[in-house]
Design a protein around this ligand. Structure first.
Ligand code: GLP
Length: 240
């Protein structure tokens, strides 16, 4: 695991954008694994800027997102479908048919989960997976617990995640209690992983990434099993 520290949020996003740009230029039909939350926003802004400057082409790129609330319709302003449209898809030349997210409105979520993993396989797997980090060490919506799921699955959000994500909704009661998320094996199958952690709130989870333990109580520690992970973090996340 390679740890790279940056002085500011902007610097982390710039560094992340360099890694994404190199991937897109090296393999124009790359499969990019994308994340949501506040952390990737600066990266997406930078990718849009590079596209507008004529320096990036997304026409052949395929994307798969990590997770989606359940049940939540794609038109809901807090759905990850909506987020991706607003922050990236609507601003670059990605083709709509090349962008995949778990279906938060699926009548049969178990079936939708199997179909999602099959889709990722059909695409040839993920070349570069972007991750944020939950305050409790979750990645995607793989929450701490005594066991973790391998494949895409419907999961219950922990109370701490509902609380942390309530800032995006009118109030805590509106936060869906469940989500569809890629599982740990799905994430670890990505050929390369880039995790961004910003701010003191992420320090405990980042500290667990730096010590020698692998525990389902901090799902991100499973990333230690992967041969090509880069963690970009600022001083707050790194030092507390
Ligand atoms: C959500 C998402 C995660 C994300 C996390 C951190 O729970 N499911 O994928 O990494 O939030 O969010 P933020 O970047 O806003 O701190």
């Amino acid at each position: 695991m390679k740890i790279v520290s940056g002085n500011s949020y902007e610097e982390l996003c710039q560094r992340a954008a360099v890694i994404f740009s190199e991937q897109i230029r090296k393999k124009p039909d790359s499969v990019l694994g994308l994340a949501t939350g506040s952390t990737p926003l600066g990266l997406y802004r930078e990718l849009v800027r590079l596209y507008e400057a004529g320096r990036l082409d997304f026409s052949q790129i395929r994307t798969v997102n990590l997770d989606e609330y359940y049940p939540l319709r794609p038109e809901h302003p807090q759905s990850y479908h909506y987020y991706m449209q607003e922050n990236l898809f609507g601003h670059v030349n990605l083709r709509a048919e090349n962008c995949y997210l778990p279906d938060g409105a699926a009548p049969d979520p178990a079936l939708a989960c199997v179909a999602y993993d099959q889709r990722i396989e059909q695409l040839g797997g993920i070349d570069l997976q972007l991750l944020g980090l939950g305050e409790n060490g979750h990645i995607g919506f793989n929450e701490p617990g005594s066991e973790l799921c391998a494949d895409t699955h419907l999961t219950e959000l922990s109370e701490s995640t509902v609380h942390a994500n309530a800032r995006f909704f009118a109030n805590e009661a509106e936060v869906p209690r469940r989500a569809i998320t890629m599982g740990m094996a799905g994430i670890l199958k990505a050929r390369r992983i880039l995790l961004i952690a910003y701010g003191k709130k992420k320090h405990a989870a980042v500290a667990a990434l730096l010590d020698n333990r692998i525990t389902p109580q901090v799902p991100a520690t499973l990333l230690k099993l992967h041969p090509d992970v880069t963690v970009l973090c600022d001083g707050g996340a790194f030092l507390g």
